[in-house]
Ligand binder design. Structure first.
Ligand code: GDD
Length: 377
């Protein structure tokens, strides 16, 4: 695969954020002046160390089926569901069929499984719990996936959504994750994907839009925040809400996380705010890679979009790096969009790092107690 060489980057303390790099070509022979070459074989050793986490909540089972079949075989798939009983049973049957057909290793967990809640309670990891159960929320599901990845001792973790209308594009996304890892010079790296296009149905036509309605706004305010820190204007952040992203576990284990859909924007805020407290031995590198495949996913409606905008902007509003002028702009934006109910956005719940968690003890206890958790090897 050919990917544009890293161009310029911005450094904020130990955090280095690269400007987006385009995937130029999927198959390729050799590097060029403007592009690095990563043949698939050169990425295989990285893919072998990847776990890919798929969060799912009541999605179309056919999309989910194609999504898991699109993940390169070397990766360990971890599905974390928050679906209702009927959908959950379908997901479990499908995973068994998938494993029978492919032999690929796959793990299934349900985040509201009481065995998971009580195992976390026992090891004292309670910031993710409410009344003894893991809270609802995409971010919470991803953290369960991170704990499982820690237990599997995989070096890298990637996240892909289950509601992708072009699921085979997930194959490219995972290779793009591996390319980011291959380019990285440090044990602490993150790869965030942005889309070449996000096609939208308008009447009877597909429009090839570039930005989603949430990303457009989150990116704008993250860039305003950075501009105020740098003292010059920047538009470097193009992946504020990157649902499809990957990290080294060395980095993932050190981060705190925000609940629900604030998971992705908060990663950036948290690293900028707390880099000095993360016990890093080297710098962090953040790559933003523009995929060749377009991205089409399920449309979950207006309220969902509003909720995502609110929780995303809340991470910026409440950051200690934010300033009064930026906060006023955020309030104005939220009021104009009829999103804000109170005088300021509610704070997102923050979940502690998993670095010091006994993941093995956690999984062993879940395996013993749960009748939903499945590990197929
Ligand atoms: N386990 C679990 N728990 N999964 C969930 C939950 C939950 O509470 N809520 C949603 N999911 C799953 C969905 O089933 C889907 O596979 C994935 O998480 C993304 O959720 P969506 O509700 O489909 O989000 P979206 O498509 O609007 O937004 C996505 O893209 C954004 C960037 O454009 C998400 O990945 C966002 O986090 C991302 O910022």
């Amino acid at each position: 695969m050919l990917v544009e060489r890293p161009k310029s980057a911005e450094n904020i303390g130990p955090i280095k954020i690269y400007y987006p790099q385009r995937i130029i070509k999927l198959g390729s022979k050799s590097p060029t002046l403007s592009a690095l070459n990563f043949p698939k074989e050169s990425l295989d050793h990285i893919l072998k160390d990847f776990s890919i986490i798929i969060p799912i909540k009541n999605e179309d089972i056919r999309l989910f089926d194609s999504a898991i079949r699109s993940i390169p075989s070397d990766c360990h798939i971890i599905v974390v569901s928050n679906s209702n009983k009927e959908k959950c049973e379908k997901e479990m049957r499908l995973i068994e069929d998938f494993h029978d057909m492919t032999g690929d290793p796959i793990i299934f967990a349900h985040q509201r499984d009481p065995s998971i809640g009580s195992a976390l309670e026992d090891i004292g990891y309670t910031s993710i719990l409410d009344n003894g159960l893991v809270r609802d929320g995409k971010g919470e599901g991803l953290i369960i996936g991170l704990l499982i990845t820690k237990c599997l001792k995989r070096k890298y973790v990637g996240f892909v959504d289950a509601d992708n209308y072009m699921p085979t594009s997930i194959y490219e996304y995972v290779l793009d994750f591996a390319i980011g890892i291959a380019m990285s010079q440090t044990p602490y790296s993150m790869v965030r994907l942005l889309w070449k296009y996000k096609p939208k149905a308008v009447g009877d036509k597909l429009h090839l839009e570039k930005w989603g309605r949430v990303s457009r706004i989150t990116n704008k305010y993250l860039n305003l925040l950075l501009s105020s820190l740098f003292g010059y204007e920047t538009s470097i952040i193009m992946t504020g809400n990157a649902g499809e992203h990957a990290m080294t576990m060395e980095l993932a284990e050190r981060l705190s996380y925000a609940s629900g859909y604030s998971f992705e924007p908060y990663q950036l805020i948290h690293m900028l705010e707390s880099a000095d407290d993360l016990d890093l031995k080297e710098d962090v590198e953040i790559f933003q890679i523009e995929t060749l495949s377009p991205h089409m996913h399920e449309n979950k409606g207006e309220e969902h979009i509003k909720d995502m905008i609110l929780t995303s902007l809340s991470t910026i509003y409440h950051s200690r790096l934010s300033n009064k002028k930026l906060q006023e702009k955020i309030i104005k934006e939220l009021k104009e969009k009829n999103i804000l109910k109170d005088d300021k956005p509610p704070k997102n719940t923050i979940i502690s790092p998993i670095k010091d968690i006994n993941a093995k003890g956690f999984i062993n206890s879940v395996k013993r107690e749960s009748d939903i958790f499945m590990e197929l090897r």
